[in-house]
Design a protein around this ligand. Structure first.
Ligand code: 6R9
Length: 695
């Protein structure tokens, strides 16, 4: 099923013609928010007095400077890091960009020619400054009572041991290493070990299926994969090694062999004896790692050398390997972390994201460690063993900055006040939100109940592609509005553009684009620079196009209104409709499928699939389960459709394009206003679909 034909040809002719859908859907969302545009929540005087950026005026001064002279602004900040060789400056220029496809290939460079290492800056630098005994990670296991911690010294030593192992296996600068691990400390350790020797890590979220893992392995061809045998997630045990074995045999069948599979024995979840094993390829982590030296020379890399690949979903075709480089990413993630969370020494920081996603890269691993923060790593899920777990952890470690996703907030909200109130939470100072637009009622609950009206909320808008925060509050600097990500970060120039690519000013709704580069701009899609240009830079010439719709209010606040392309956001996870459709049609009895998003109380959006069966196949509940399993198998459980709606046929235009607008209306039962259906090849299809809603 990995063959590329699957993703692009065959039955899959119905991906939307343009990457950009109409703004209608996102408008509906923003109208719902209008009443909140006048509700302001400001931090108290004491908070403001201590804040890094204590007023809007101070922000404006810094922001203006970041736009007027980005080179000087970012050079000054970059100088706080260690550079083995400082970047050359020609006339004060430290960056180069072309965002305009009409002027030649899109290209971005920051600090090129400078030599540094992000692992050195995240670990050695602090150790050399005498902070080696400070805690780097507090690890909290899936089950309460299971915990561990590492100081910066210890973390550095473990990173070095793994780096030495990788070198021993022949991994060199520029080589890819795949990491398929749950939230054990070995996950950030593995990332940092790669960075130390200049290898490019490719972390694959451990919820992806064997097919998805294989697809990514085939794309980046790693020499080594780092995994573990199994993991406990909530009440479940997941056998990861079996998934890896299957993925590696699929890869092998397609001509890519991975030499070594370094497997951490997570014996809480599964014994070594029970783990499937392939001699010669598989190596137990604990058996070899202690033999390696606890020091390891740094590989100094160019600021523009690749740091990692992270695959993400787009509106069409196979997942895209987003490539980030070293220097700009380092400077930007560290700086955004510091300002958007008003970070100061002594803070205990907890981000609930998994390192398998960009949030875990930039704001579990790199951003916090670059600031020498104390980071809580959590293996489990927010509502296990019960809905009070998060607040229990907050109290246990005295967490002062807590960063999570709206979906987690909404699911905890459903459990009521008691699980929150039973814990003190008095250590909390700043709260954060990421992954999808936060609806105002969830925002208020977070603010009032979790934060006791004391903690500003940083609703951070950004993407895998942007590497770091783009639009975000700076706690204490200006009043917040529930559901708005407020203002752009230093150096970021948002632009709202209309269908014709014309920038619109003032109060408006538009496609959210960014003018000019920021240090952690992604540099390419691995192996496909043409797709990088057509997806992100061709839709609106001269701009980076985010794929999101956005509203700007009279005070200049930005309100993200959701994706305007065929990307669905379920619990903050990006899932391409084309990928789910491709998985559904891999089922032998499925003729065609069209997937749309519907609103969902907890997960934000849910996947709703219209499925046309092959001629003569009967509808049945087994078949429904079979189709859902096909998606679990091809992508992973998190992408499973919430609903399968039988479709004798799909509504198509005469030229054969599926009218998703109509499908969205049927899925959300908004039947009064179906819009113009006269352009359909067969308008009767619509009534047939409506009749089958509850079948
Ligand atoms: C960081 C991350 C990116 C997409 C993005 C947007 C949505 C993320 C958001 C938000 C509104 C926020 N998104 N944060 N929408 N407000 N604070 O999630 O990266 O997985 O690449 O997803 O998520 O739609 O385009 P990624």
């Amino acid at each position: 099923a990995i063959s590329p034909a699957h993703a692009t040809n065959g039955t899959l002719k119905h991906v939307s013609s343009s990457a950009v859908a109409s703004l209608d859907d996102s408008l509906v969302r923003s109208e719902r928010n209008v009443q909140y545009e006048h509700e302001l929540f400001d931090a108290d005087r004491k908070f403001k007095e201590r804040a890094l950026v204590s007023s809007k005026d101070k922000y404006i001064a810094m922001y203006n400077r970041s736009l007027q002279d980005p080179d000087a602004f970012w050079s000054e900040i970059a100088s706080e890091f260690y550079w083995e060789t400082r970047w050359p400056e020609e006339n004060g220029k430290v960056h180069f960009e072309n965002f305009d496809v009409r002027k030649g290939p899109v290209k971005v460079e920051w600090f090129k020619g400078g030599k540094t290492n992000i692992c050195y800056n995240a670990l050695d630098r602090h150790v050399h400054a005498g902070k080696g005994d400070q805690i780097a990670f507090y690890w909290e296991g899936n089950s309460p009572g299971l915990d561990a911690s590492l100081t910066y010294n210890q973390l550095l030593q473990q990173v070095c041991q793994l780096a030495n192992f990788l070198k021993d296996k022949g991994v060199k600068k520029g080589d890819a290493v795949a990491i398929y691990l749950p939230m054990l400390m070995e996950l950030p350790i593995a990332m940092l070990a790669c960075a130390r020797i200049g290898a490019v890590h490719s972390v694959i979220f451990a919820g992806f299926s064997a097919e998805s893992l294989a697809q990514r392995v085939l794309d980046c061809k790693p020499k080594v994969i780092i995994t573990c045998n199994a993991v406990c997630r909530g009440p479940k045990i997941i056998n990861l090694k079996d998934i890896v074995d299957e993925a590696l045999s699929i890869s092998l069948a397609h001509g890519v062999s991975v030499d070594s599979c370094l497997t951490y024995a997570n014996e809480v979840a599964m014994s070594r004896e029970k783990t499937a094993w392939q001699d010669g390829r598989d190596i137990w982590y604990q058996d070899v790692i202690s033999d390696y030296a606890t020091t390891c020379d740094i590989e100094w890399v160019d600021a523009e050398d690749p740091l990692f690949l992270l695959y993400t979903s787009g509106s069409t075709g196979k997942p895209k390997g987003v490539l980030h480089t070293t220097g700009g990413y380092m400077v930007y993630t560290a700086t955004t972390f510091k300002y958007a969370f008003d970070y100061r020494e002594g803070d205990i920081y907890w981000c609930t994201a998994d390192c398998g996603w960009i949030t875990g890269h930039s704001y579990v691993t790199y951003g916090p460690l670059l600031n020498c923060a104390k980071v809580v790593l959590f293996e489990g899920v927010p509502n296990y063993p019960d809905a009070g777990r998060c607040w229990e952890i907050v109290d246990k470690y005295h967490v002062s900055i807590f960063y999570t996703a709206p979906t987690a907030i909404r699911s905890l909200m459903r459990a009521g006040l008691e699980p929150v109130k039973r814990h003190s939470r008095k250590s909390l100072r700043v709260l954060g939100s990421v992954g999808e637009p936060i609806n105002p009622s969830a925002w208020k609950w977070y603010y009032e109940v979790v934060g006791d009206k004391r903690c500003p909320i940083s609703d951070t808008w950004w993407q895998t592609e942007t590497g770091g925060f783009m639009i975000t509050p700076l706690p204490g600097a200006w009043p917040l509005k529930p559901g708005s990500a407020t203002y752009p970060f230093f150096g970021v120039q948002p632009a709202l553009v209309d269908e014709n690519g014309k920038e619109i000013e003032g109060v408006c709704n538009g496609y959210l684009c960014i003018k000019g580069s920021w240090p952690s701009t992604f540099r390419t899609l691995y192996g496909d620079h043409a797709r990088y240009e057509t997806t992100y830079f061709a839709p609106f010439k001269g701009y980076y196009f985010s794929g999101d719709g956005c509203h700007r209010d009279a005070d200049g606040y930005y309100w993200l209104t959701g994706r305007v392309d065929d990307v669905i956001n379920v619990s903050g996870h990006r899932i391409g409709t084309a990928e789910v459709e491709s998985a559904l049609v891999s089922h032998p009895q499925c003729a065609e499928a069209a997937v749309v998003a519907v609103d969902h109380e907890v997960t934000g959006q849910a996947i709703y699939a219209f499925v046309t069966l092959k001629l003569g196949v009967q509808y049945s509940e087994e078949l429904r389960t079979g189709l859902k399993n096909a998606v679990r198998h091809e992508i992973g459980a998190f992408a499973q459709p919430a609903k399968i709606h039988w479709a004798p046929a799909l509504p198509k235009t005469r030229s054969g394009k599926i009218m998703r607008r109509i499908l969205r209306k049927i899925a959300s039962k908004e039947l009064e206003n179906l819009g113009d259906i006269s352009t359909l090849a067969d308008p009767h299809v619509v009534q047939e679909l409506i009749d089958l809603t509850d079948v």
